[in-house]
Design a binder for this molecule. Structure first.
Ligand SMILES: Cc1cc2nc3c(=O)[nH]c(=O)nc-3n(C[C@H](O)[C@H](O)[C@H](O)COP(=O)(O)OP(=O)(O)OC[C@H]3O[C@@H](n4cnc5c(N)ncnc54)[C@H](O)[C@@H]3O)c2cc1C
Length: 327
């Protein structure tokens, strides 16, 4: 096995050198611009460059979340960010409008109930239509799309790897890194990775998350907690320090006060220490309350981590490494 792997690496090395030689001899790269990452940034960049008559390619590859959730072209905003979030907020807003409607003379049987699976199916179908739309737009603008994970071989050469492990070498005069970021798991908390999810999973759940603990004080945390409360789920936000760090704190207080009025619970100055699975798949979370100096627990159906996201710089790190080797 090790011999095979060494042979494969040698072969790839030879292939990379061959590409570089061809490029050096011809003085030409295959593309004027190669963009790594097909999210909002990468797609906009690729399409603009193509409008200027440049030969452009985009590489996009979604690493499945630790829970196995994956999605199509368009990046965070389309698949696990702005778009599904806004649709789920709309679901929440419709629910409160339905409750108000009776006071405006509408005859709507109360109480109204929400079915997660119906909403999720509609949101996911819409997102899939956007994935398709992005592929068509690239085709129309003659931008070549590779569904591959890219890494640098040298500053003008990218090794693309498909899910099945097939490799393609692509060369370009200019390379843009637009790899975005992914949510982070607090790996120091026992059970965090094993039992928790992130926003990467929430929008693709087929069944309701039920009673949910959202951990973190980021905008992702508050936004998700907001629509979960709005569709009628028992939702708690746990934060170690202040909400929306870096934002205007007067506005941040208005946001959390408004959310509290609508039923979101807040555990402030608390941080989780472990997550355990109980019988019946419920999750028992233990946390420290730093105000009272106590240890507390409660049970939830879902624990969602929404701590600060991390930039996905693996492609960039490789470039730095290869540049270093080159020099
Ligand atoms: C829940 C949530 C709600 C949000 N709401 C809003 C909002 O309302 N308004 C707003 O403006 N912003 C919002 N954002 C932020 C917004 O989604 C991001 O700022 C935006 O999507 C970033 O775009 P990007 O192109 O930089 O990266 P991304 O959209 O993350 O795209 C990067 C792409 O590159 C791929 N990739 C990574 N590495 C490689 C590699 N080596 N090879 C190939 N492909 C690779 C990734 O899989 C991904 O498809 C929200 C984010 C979240 C999580």
């Amino acid at each position: 096995m090790a011999t095979l792997w060494r042979r494969r690496e040698r072969f790839l090395g030879v292939l990379g050198r061959l590409c570089r030689t061809v490029r050096a001899l011809s003085g030409k790269n295959e593309y004027d611009l190669l963009v790594i990452g097909g999210g909002s940034g990468g797609l906009a960049c690729a399409k603009e460059a193509a409008q200027f008559g440049r030969k452009v390619a985009v590489l996009d590859y979604v690493e499945p979340s630790p829970k196995g959730t994956k999605w199509g072209l368009g990046g965070t905003c389309v698949n696990v960010g702005c778009i599904p979030k806004k649709l789920m907020h709309q679901a929440a807003l419709l629910g409160s409008a339905l409750k108000d409607a009776q006071h405006y003379g509408w005859n709507i049987a109360q109480p109204v109930h929400h079915t997660w699976s119906v909403m999720a199916q509609a949101v996911q179908n819409h997102v899939k239509s956007l994935n398709w739309g992005h592929r068509v737009q690239l085709q129309d603008k003659k931008v070549k799309y590779f569904n591959m994970k890219g890494s640098f071989s040298d500053p003008h050469t990218i090794r693309g790897l498909t899910k099945a492990g097939k490799e393609t070498i692509v060369t370009a005069e200019n390379i843009v890194i637009a790899t975005g970021g992914r949510p982070k798991y607090p790996m120091h908390i026992a059970g965090a990775l094993e039992y928790g999810i992130t926003s990467d999973d929430l929008f693709w759940l087929k069944e309701s998350p039920g009673k949910t603990l959202v951990v973190g004080a980021s905008y992702v945390s508050l936004e998700c907690a907001g629509f979960l409360t709005g569709i009628g789920l028992d939702t708690t936000v746990m934060m170690r320090s202040i909400p929306l760090r870096g934002f205007d704190q007067q506005m941040a207080s208005l946001v959390t006060e408004h959310m509290e009025c609508y039923g979101t619970k807040f555990l402030k100055r608390c941080f989780p220490t472990k997550v355990e699975k109980l019988e019946g798949n419920r999750l028992q979370v233990t946390w420290k309350n730093t105000d009272l100096g106590t240890e507390e627990t409660d049970c939830f159906d879902t624990v969602m981590w929404a701590v600060e996201p991390v930039k996905d710089t693996s492609a960039y790190q490789e470039q730095k490494r290869s540049c270093y080797v080159e020099m």
